[in-house]
Design a protein around this ligand. Structure first.
Ligand SMILES: [Zn+2]
Length: 364
């Protein structure tokens, strides 16, 4: 009798376990779109435009495009003119167990500055980056308990940035990677002036447990750019660019080939068609190989995430990260080595197949 029970249990386990794995594989890629500001916080009012309105339009339009894609789940921090605290935004993303957090904003400056920039959380000292973070962080003054809520952080003091706890550190490489896709998309598809990917102390990115970026889509204070950002055409183009970049980032993670957004206005010439047709290389860091099948959870790999497992012959190979440039991958090797994976090295993939690394790929 006992034997039968055991046999039954094993059969049950064998049945349940693959199902669980399968469910995990089918988990949608969840992206949180965070429209900056809202409600009593209008954001910047360059040329009398409302940053909060433009940011919301872009977030909603980006989400509408992404919802048409397979395997993508969209979560918004707000879908109306509503005030949410910075920590409240991070909480929404954490609760959704999102794979990517994208905060959408518009910049302002007293010069004629223009162009789009994408940011990740970091402590690099730079007065221009500090100015932008200061502006976006200032919203905490609208919160009653801001001193307690943000551990005494003072948005107006550059030194105060140091007190930011870098929970985001584990996700820095992936955040930079996602930011690069967005920035490339702006520059290549929309021919926007490139203000590049930068690091600064953005509070909204501090408490999220996932790769997180903040996009400054352009300057409302610049008359030409402000009008563009406030227009339907501008918002459509920017949204398409962001959605396109997010899909590229997603496919770099799961090793699939992304050939362009599913769009309802298909006959129209896509602004991104030229760029999306050529598949590029993906770099991953091989950290281990084993006959054992190990779950790709970060706690099984000294906190490294994401981990990809690929079976070749009787061996399972385990890879950390997924990067579009060899250089970023190289810096991730250092991180893997620091975590104890001394033999970590870069491998290149094209269309999910391993390929050898050429000198051209290294210099790209
Ligand atoms: Zn803003």
């Amino acid at each position: 009798m006992r034997l039968i029970l055991f046999a039954f249990l094993f059969a049950l386990l064998g049945f349940v376990y693959p199902c669980k794995l399968h469910a995990q594989k089918d988990k949608p890629f969840t992206v949180v779109l965070d429209a900056g500001h809202g409600g009593k916080d209008p954001g910047n009012r360059g040329n009398n435009y409302f940053e909060k309105k433009i940011a919301l339009n872009i977030a909603l339009k980006t989400g509408a495009l992404l919802k048409k894609e397979k395997g993508v789940k969209v979560v918004y921090t707000r879908t109306s003119d509503r005030y949410i605290t910075l920590n409240g935004r991070a909480n929404i993303a954490n609760k959704a167990k999102a794979d990517l957090f994208v905060s959408i904003h518009c910049d302002a400056h007293n010069s004629n500055a223009y162009g789009a920039g994408t940011f990740v959380l970091g402590l690099h000292r730079n007065t221009d980056n500090f100015r932008i973070a200061q502006k976006e962080n200032a919203v905490i003054f609208l919160e009653e308990d801001y001193e307690k809520e943000y551990d005494g952080f003072d948005p107006n003091n550059p030194e105060s940035v140091i007190s930011l706890v870098l929970m985001q550190e584990d996700y820095l490489n992936q955040s930079i990677e996602a930011a690069n896709y967005i920035q490339q998309s702006f520059v290549k598809n929309l021919k926007r002036k490139n203000r590049t990917v930068k690091q600064a102390g953005f509070l909204v990115l501090r408490n999220t447990y996932m790769p997180s970026v903040l996009v400054e889509t352009g300057f409302l204070t610049n008359s030409k750019e402000g009008a563009y950002l406030n227009s339907k055409r501008g918002q459509n183009e920017i949204s398409r660019s962001i959605a396109n970049a997010i899909m590229k980032y997603k496919s770099s993670l799961d090793g699939t080939l992304f050939t362009g957004l599913v769009m309802d206005d298909a006959p129209k010439q896509s602004t991104s068609s030229s760029q999306t047709t050529s598949p590029s290389f993906i770099y991953r860091i091989q950290i281990a190989a084993s006959t054992k099948k190990i779950e790709t959870k970060s706690y099984n790999f000294k906190g490294l995430s994401p981990i990809t497992r690929i079976k070749k012959g009787s061996l399972y190979r385990y890879y950390y990260g997924s990067f579009s440039s060899y250089k970023t991958a190289e810096s991730a090797v250092k991180k893997a080595k620091a975590k104890g994976y001394r033999g970590a090295y870069v491998k290149a993939f094209k269309n999910a197949k391993e390929v050898s690394i050429t000198p051209e790929m290294k210099s790209e």
